[in-house]
Design a protein around this ligand. Structure first.
Ligand code: NDP
Ligand code: MG
Length: 390
């Protein structure tokens, strides 16, 4: 029986993971469910999935979680706070961890899973962007298997049969849907609203990654993610816009062969790959009818309209703490945009501003990365508060 901890259980990835797990009651079960602050949604999931432990991120929400579990008549044990989560993730309460907390807030628990040698189904791409070398190094040292859940990286993982990209790989191409604003120019993007930005044409996802898809920062974060997961230099990583979102990525080998993974845009496929690897499991995702879809289109990304992709590539090339700065400034910018405090075009402007102002340091420790993260957040908040970027 595979015992699974789902970090970010109330989110888009978390609920997809629970859907796949519930299809295999004889071989797997959710033993730990964790969320950030939504106590009622967490309790409702506990009532359905009966985990041993429930963890709420906000420490002062513990009484509410206890009350909720009691009133529902559940014997799930209640915990709160980041430390409790890391302890549970490293304990024998689970052997598999689905890391699906959004943002840098997911780093500590993801790292705890890697250090404890768990099977790590990694959706929380920000932790790889922020601390990729530390995270992959910790996984290697502890013998943890990382299965990428991000659909592109899951596709590459499948094409490479779970190994790193060796000298036999000529290049890897990440596909991008292009987001809701594909085909528009900069002027047309100045006044777009949060509701328009999160209305993704192909994928149903949480608000933060949906905005990242609209700015193409998501694809930029994914370049950095691919660099760490598959040990690939920036020069062998490419991006191709593919609006149908059926080809999830491609690996080209030195002999000219190109392997791709196709499937409907539904994260349950990637989660089933992670839960079953190297076996294949039913995921609930229906068959892909290519004749009904008719065509697969590809085009280069528009780097002038969507500067975030080039900013991320620049941070990957710069190395050190640059990706941490990029990620933190972007998190602040996306949240400010969703709150209506800045416009859509200011997201890229804010990230660029932070990257230009904050010196790149070596990414030698978690402390150095944490400092870069804090500095970038302060810088971005200050730029918004003073009206330097609006
Ligand atoms: P959602 O916004 O839907 O869910 C986020 C989850 O994280 C919620 O369960 C939330 O809990 C929890 N959370 C937030 N902050 C904390 C915290 N401090 N401590 C504990 N839990 C916290 O996001 P998604 O599911 O869309 O994305 C999750 C991650 O997966 C992101 O890193 C994203 O980039 C990545 N990903 C997502 C894809 C998708 O299709 N959705 C595809 C590829 C990658 P609460 O409900 O209480 O706020
Ligand atoms: Mg992706």
């Amino acid at each position: 029986m595979q015992s699974i901890a789902i970090l970010g259980a109330t989110g888009s990835i978390g609920t997809s993971a629970l859907d796949v797990i519930a299809r295999h009651p004889d071989t797997m079960r959710a033993s730990v469910l964790a969320a950030g602050s939504n106590v009622s949604a967490l309790v409702a999931l506990c009532a359905t999935h009966r985990p041993m432990h429930a963890v709420i991120g906000e420490a002062d929400a513990l009484p509410a979680l206890r009350d909720g579990l009691d009133s529902a008549g559940l014997d799930t044990r209640a915990h709160a706070g980041g430390e409790a989560l890391c302890e549970l993730v490293a304990s024998d309460a689970c052997d598999t961890v689905v890391a699906a907390i959004v943002g840098a807030a997911g780093l500590d628990s993801t790292l705890a899973a890697a250090r404890a040698g768990k099977r790590l189904l990694l959706a929380n791409k920000e932790s790889l962007v922020l601390a990729g070398e530390l995270l992959t190094g910790a996984a290697r040292a502890a013998g943890a298997t990382i299965v990428p859940i991000d659909s592109e990286h899951n596709a590459i993982f499948q094409c490479l049969h779970g190994r790193e990209a060796g000298a036999d790989v000529r290049r890897v191409t990440l596909t991008a849907s292009g987001g809701p604003f594909r085909g528009r120019d900069r002027a047309a993007l100045a006044g777009v609203t949060p509701a328009e930005a999160v209305a993704h044409p192909k994928w149903s996802m949480g608000p933060k990654i949906s905005v990242d898809s609209a700015t193409l920062m998501n694809k930029g974060l994914e370049l950095i993610e691919a660099h760490h997961l598959f040990d690939l230099p920036d020069a062998r990583l490419e991006v191709l816009v593919h609006p149908q979102s059926l080809v999830h990525s491609l690996v080209e080998f030195v002999d000219g062969s190109v392997l791709a993974q196709l499937g409907l845009p539904d994260m349950r496929t990637a989660l089933a790959v992670g839960l079953g690897w190297p076996r294949r499991l039913a995921s609930g995702v229906g068959p892909l009818d290519l004749a009904a879809h008719g065509r697969l289109d590809f085009e280069p990304p528009d780097l002038d309209t969507f500067p975030c992709l080039a900013l991320a590539r620049g941070a990957l090339r710069a190395g050190g703490t640059a990706p941490a700065t990029l990620n933190a400034a972007n998190e602040v910018a996306v949240s400010a945009f969703l709150q209506g405090r800045i416009g859509f075009l200011s997201i890229a402007a804010l990230v660029e501003h932070a990257l230009a102002a904050i010196a790149v340091e070596p990414a030698e420790s978690l402390a150095a990365l944490g400092e870069a993260d804090t500095r970038a957040r302060r810088h971005a908040e200050h730029a918004i508060a003073t009206g330097a970027i609006r």
